[in-house]
Design a protein around this ligand. Sequence first.
Ligand code: MN
Length: 265
Amino acid sequence: MHCNGLGIAHRQNHPESMDPMNRNAFLRRSLTVAGALATAPLLASARLFLNPSSDPAPEMIDLALPPVLFPQAPLPYAYDALEPHVDARTMELHYTKHHAKYVKEVADAIAEENIAATSAEDFFAHVSGYSQKARNNGGGAWNHDLYWRVMKPGGSGEPLGALRDAMDSSFGDFATFKTKFTEAGMKRFGSGWAWLVKDGGKLAIGSTPNQDNPLMDVSEFKGTPLLGMDVWEHAYYLNYQNKRDEYIGHFLQVIDWDEVSRRFA
Ligand code: MN
């Protein structure tokens, strides 16, 4: 055990000297990078690099790598594609700064806490057992991924088919849905999200604080999210300042109802 600063740096940077749990987390991250290129020679190189002694350690190379629970997928459209409803500067900052930070921080938390969740749903179902860092950033990473996907340039008008039938059955009509969804966003004090969820065969509208979501065991409002709307000020302040109601009105015009229907099915 090294006691000086160099020793600490050494321990942090060399998987051989890490304790087994941290070492596995380190290797998962390292091999995720290698896996992005997915070639056997590269993995062999990684193995040589990680095992300079050439002592075979097969348990260190696990090709059945655990999934990256919260990847940051490419934005499905250009930063300016939702103009004038969502301005390009807000979109760029939101995706490259806010969302990217949640993705990085939750990956760090998963490694630090040796979280062994097998899916995002599994992670959220047990989130009460993790740190605030894991909860806030896991929610932030997942919620924004949904948010990007339920919007599209020009929107898609109104919901149709089975989703529309369920919405009419649950809320009366589409206009009433919009009123209730807007209220959910307006009544969320401070930062949070408004949601349309499926719970069994029923639909419900609600909201959560901070980066919580309805999949979390700690959430008072539960269900499978079909539609999520960010009402943090960072989602609208550059373009709409304090006028959250205006932002919500514009968000409703760019919803991809085909995507929401796919999640309902
Ligand atoms: Mn946000």
